[in-house]
Design a protein around this ligand. Sequence first.
Ligand SMILES: [Ca+2]
Ligand SMILES: [Ca+2]
Ligand SMILES: [Ca+2]
Length: 269
Amino acid sequence: MGEIFLRGQILPPVAASRRTLLNANGTPADAMLFEVVLPEGFEDLPPLPIARESPRPGEEVLLIGFGRERERVVEVQSDGPAQFGFSWTQKGSKRWGTNRIATIDETLYQGSWTTHSFALVFDPPTTVRATEFEAQAAVGDSGGAVFVKRDGEWLLAGLMTSVTGFSRAPAQTSMYGDSTYAADLVSYRGEILHWSRPACSNEEDDDGDLAIDHPADPGCESANDETERDPGIASMALRGVMGALAATLALATFVNLRGGRRARDSGTA
Ligand SMILES: [Ca+2]
Ligand SMILES: [Ca+2]
Ligand SMILES: [Ca+2]
């Protein structure tokens, strides 16, 4: 668990609130859910919608994270053409960029974690594949958001977990051709809603009256109502913020992954 930087404030995690997200077969994924302490003035935060359908290859995405920034251009001479990329700053900061989906349905194995993921490739600006604000994740971006925009609405589609790159790249760099991996939250959507939403916006029939959530269930005064049972005083849910989602990737895993390009067909990282 870690602090969340939102609206210029640092939101600390709630102790012992961590839940590791699970795959359908019960194995843990490299993604967790935890609660944060919401300061006053955050009551208006609406529930963050999570995509119901996985991103499609080629679909453009928006990345937001708190990792290292690009510092200066790095050029690496090898047997082939020169490779270009960027060194990192020493500290992370909250920033955003774009990319597009390269591959979907990737299964990432990292230690005891198995994560259903999609991948993005950091493309040089000279290629047609590059997006306007082409971005690559770096250390510190774990848990950062990947959004898609569908029918005019931003949906949370992924959670950045890891990167891969060329084995000859200098340490602490992002090189063109590197990949960013993100957990595909469609696979974990039901569990996220179950634990993070108030009863009146969790897409479940909590009281068995066949009506689901606000406004369909008469027991729901609002989407933030904690119970479907009977009309009462609506209570404010501390758990309405999906910014509290975070992956658990540590630096050690990152270094391992940078050892070389991942063998796509083997299904191992
Ligand atoms: Ca790309
Ligand atoms: Ca419900
Ligand atoms: Ca109900």
